[in-house]
Design a protein around this ligand. Structure first.
Ligand code: AMP
Length: 436
């Protein structure tokens, strides 16, 4: 299948060719014709599947060929859970729309409202916003949403998980009833369906990846290691190829900062990205990582949403996420767009329960391999199935029973929260999509 056959305009096809995209991904092939036909769309697709272009391309086409209006009101609104994702979507829209006349702007917290107000006052076709800051603008009457023809809810499951449901409802009530709504989510769990039932009109469904699966392009495994030795093992791994771009996940903001200091002392160029950093610092860390000025980016889960780095070869989980679904999101940062990726998790004895949760969610074993010199003094406690060795690595010890709940890091506090200002975040659930 080709992009031409999806009915996209020549100006968009030209931009896609310049991006080096040869063929549409499955979500693009499924979604683009439906959106161009004007249907509401419920799309199940994870990051890394090409979902942004799946809504951005038909959206740009509609806006470029739609009726000429004198109005300066936004004609499309894209809501994202995080600032980084908003910025990423904006970049993508600009890349795909470089040969058409459609203007875009981002609206998110952590930066001053003034320039955002000016951009809105000048008039803009597409607003890409996080819910909290958009509500601030609604309260200040600096944004008029009454002209919105297309609404996109990107990573809707994550927005619900971050407690944005009341904000979403408020924003939705300010939009015209007559509009096209596109909802993208990693899952179609009941709260997503409920949202769709309430706010969408006979949506068509497209689903390309079964929920909670790891892309076949990503190979992932675990190094069991004592918690106290993790930093040294990380430094050891990173030092083997200090030019390789590596994204490291830390569960806590404080932990991310400490890790960066440790790696810098070890001679590596590292930066942290998390919700306690100013927006400028976050943007700088990301661009330094993207352009190779730093080779190690240490991120917390929330801040990592929207991090889209071409050809990122490896993701390392310095510690496991508290919510098993986040494992899929984390390692989905590598192996994108058909490239090969590697994801390695450093797992200590006290994280055995978290690893079991991940295996249960994925319904698959994860290969376990000790690294010589870093063998743990306490083995991981895994219920079922003998772990498979990783090629070229030492044979793992057999898994042991019985199971126990994780502790230790889980109680450390200062875990990453929704990046929108000081918003209070609901306690994270085991299955974030189980309840609205
Ligand atoms: P997304 O799922 O939107 O975050 O996109 C994941 C990555 O795939 C991004 O780096 C895109 O630039 C890239 N991408 C999107 N569509 C295509 C395509 N049709 N061919 C190749 N790469 C693509």
């Amino acid at each position: 299948m080709s992009f031409e056959s999806l009915g996209l305009a020549p100006a968009l096809l030209r931009a896609l060719a310049e991006q080096g995209y040869a063929n549409p991904t499955p979500i693009q092939a499924g979604a683009i014709p439906l959106v161009l036909e004007g249907h509401d769309l419920l799309a199940a697709a994870q990051t890394g599947t090409g979902k942004t272009a799946a809504f951005a391309l038909p959206l740009l086409q509609k806006l470029s060929t739609g009726r000429e209006t004198q109005t300066r009101r936004p004609r499309a609104l894209i809501l994202t859970p995080t600032r980084e994702l908003a910025a990423q979507v904006n970049d993508n829209l600009r890349d795909y729309g470089k040969h058409i006349r459609v203007s875009t702007t981002t609206i998110f917290g952590g930066v001053s409202m003034g320039p955002q107000m000016q951009a809105l006052r000048r008039g803009v076709d597409v607003v890409i916003a996080t819910p909290g800051r958009l509500i601030d603008h609604m309260q200040q009457r600096s944004v008029d949403l009454s002209g919105v023809e297309v609404l996109v809810l990107d990573e809707a499951d994550r927005m619900l998980d971050m407690g944005f449901l009341p904000a979403l409802k408020r924003i939705l009530s300010a939009l015209p009833r007559q509009r096209q709504t596109l909802l993208f989510s990693a899952t179609f769990a009941p709260p997503i369906k409920a949202l769709a039932m309430q706010f969408m009109h006979e949506p068509r469904e497209v689903s390309v990846t079964p929920a909670n699966t790891v892309a076949t392009t990503v190979s992932h495994h675990v190094h069991p290691v004592d918690a106290a030795k993790k930093r040294d093992l990380l430094l050891h791994m990173l030092s083997q190829d200090s030019r390789r771009q590596t994204l490291v996940f830390s569960r806590t903001k404080h932990g991310a900062d400490k890790l960066v200091r440790f790696l810098e002392v070890g001679g590596l160029r590292a930066a942290a990205i998390h919700g306690n950093k100013s927006q400028n610092a976050r943007t700088r860390a990301l661009s330094d990582f993207k352009n190779g000025r730093v080779t190690v980016l240490v991120a917390t889960d929330i801040a990592a949403r929207g991090i889209d780095i071409d050809q990122l070869p490896i993701v390392i989980n310095f510690d496991l996420p508290m919510v098993a679904e986040d494992y899929v999101h984390r390692i989905g940062r590598t192996g994108r767009a058909g490239a090969e990726g590697l994801a390695v998790s450093l797992v200590s004895h006290d994280e055995s329960g978290l690893l079991r949760d991940i295996r249960r969610l994925l319904k698959q074993e994860i290969a376990i391999a000790e690294v010589p010199g870093y063998e743990p003094s306490h083995p991981l406690r895994l219920d079922a199935g003998a772990p498979r060795p990783v090629q070229g690595q030492r044979q793992p010890r057999p898994a042991r029973t019985p199971s126990h709940r994780p502790h230790g890091h889980a109680q450390q506090g200062n875990t990453e929260r929704a990046s929108e200002g000081n918003r209070k975040r609901r306690p994270r659930r085991r299955n974030p999509a189980a309840k609205a």
